[in-house]
Design a protein around this ligand. Structure first.
Ligand SMILES: [Zn+2]
Length: 214
């Protein structure tokens, strides 16, 4: 069975153009949306914005934790990683989780979205200790867990994917389900509209799949 189809909008921290583009994608495509929010950088005004969007759209709308402060703590020359050598990771994770749970209530999804899709034994252990039930990351469709993403649309891929709509269309035509990861904060409005057009063309059988509860 194909994994469910949804949007994962990363790096959301406040109302504004980035949030508006995430809202546009959700409203125009009707796809379920996971807003992955950086809790220790989030603005409390985001709470009302999410509540208001959820009133406007029938699409399921969730908020998941995206790192803690999204700061790279890896030693120089290593892959980016929030969980470096300092010792306060669990405290930051808990602080972020508490903030999201208490502010977003029913919209909170107990899934951890790692910055840079960086998953290690350490991050698995820490997020389990902090009480997260799953980690969302990048996976091939055949391996995708319910919250994994299988298509990435972001700034560095603009030349092949967004400037060349045909290539992105081909990618989505071959798309077998799973999440579509976007970074609405760094997209332009034109790119968000183009992506919404393309996603609206997704065959019906790949849309509207109900997602499991957290
Ligand atoms: Zn991020």
């Amino acid at each position: 069975m194909s994994p469910p189809c949804f949007l994962r909008c990363d790096d959301v921290v406040e109302p504004g153009p980035g949030f508006d583009r995430a809202a546009l994608l959700t409203e125009r495509t009707g796809l379920p949306c996971v807003l992955s929010v950086i809790p220790l950088r989030a603005d409390a005004r985001l709470v009302d914005a999410v509540r208001e969007l959820s009133r406007r759209t029938p699409a399921p709308l969730w908020v998941a934790q995206h790192g803690t402060d999204h700061r790279n703590r890896a030693p120089l020359g290593h892959n980016k990683d929030e969980f470096g050598d300092d010792a306060d990771h669990l405290q930051r994770l808990a602080q972020g989780k508490n903030w999201l749970e208490s502010h977003f209530a029913d919209h909170f999804l107990n899934v951890y979205v790692p910055p840079w899709n960086r998953v290690t034994d350490k991050s698995r252990r820490l997020t389990r200790l902090a009480g997260f039930s799953e980690i969302s990351t990048f996976a091939l469709p055949s391996q995708a867990a319910p919250w994994d993403v299988t298509v990435e649309v972001q700034a560095q891929y603009r030349p092949p994917m967004l400037r060349e709509a045909a290539e992105l269309r081909a990618l989505l035509t071959a798309y077998q389900g799973g999440g579509i990861m976007v970074h609405p904060v760094v997209m332009t409005d034109d790119e968000a509209n183009l992506l919404a057009d393309l996603l609206s063309d997704l065959p019906a059988r790949r849309r509207g799949v109900s997602l499991p509860n957290s």
